[in-house]
Design a protein around this ligand. Structure first.
Ligand code: FES
Length: 92
């Protein structure tokens, strides 16, 4: 899963104290939410369940790193907020 790959490579997938207080990849806490650019599978049932309630929104476009398998190169962005839910809109 993406969460495991990121952590094994020393990259952050949790913000602040969520680093210590998270579900360890069960898909229930929502703190590993990230923006993914690139090809990945559709939302899993667990993601649909967790991303439907606050502070997340199901249509936010965020994914749960602990539920995503990666088979291609992707770009991952971690937004601010305990859950990574504070989406910043980059200017292009
Ligand atoms: S680590 Fe809790 S939902 Fe991913």
């Amino acid at each position: 899963m993406l969460r495991t790959v990121l952590l094994k490579n020393g990259l952050r997938v949790h913000n602040g104290k969520a680093r210590y207080f998270n579900c360890r990849g069960l898909g229930s806490c929502g703190t590993c939410a990230v923006k993914i650019e690139g090809e990945v599978h559709t939302l899993t049932e667990m993601e649909k369940w967790r991303l439907q309630f606050p502070p997340h929104k199901l249509n936010s476009g965020l994914r749960l790193a602990c539920q995503v398998n990666v088979f291609h190169d992707i770009v991952v962005t971690k937004h601010k907020g305990f859950w990574g839910e504070r989406i910043s809109h980059e200017k292009k």
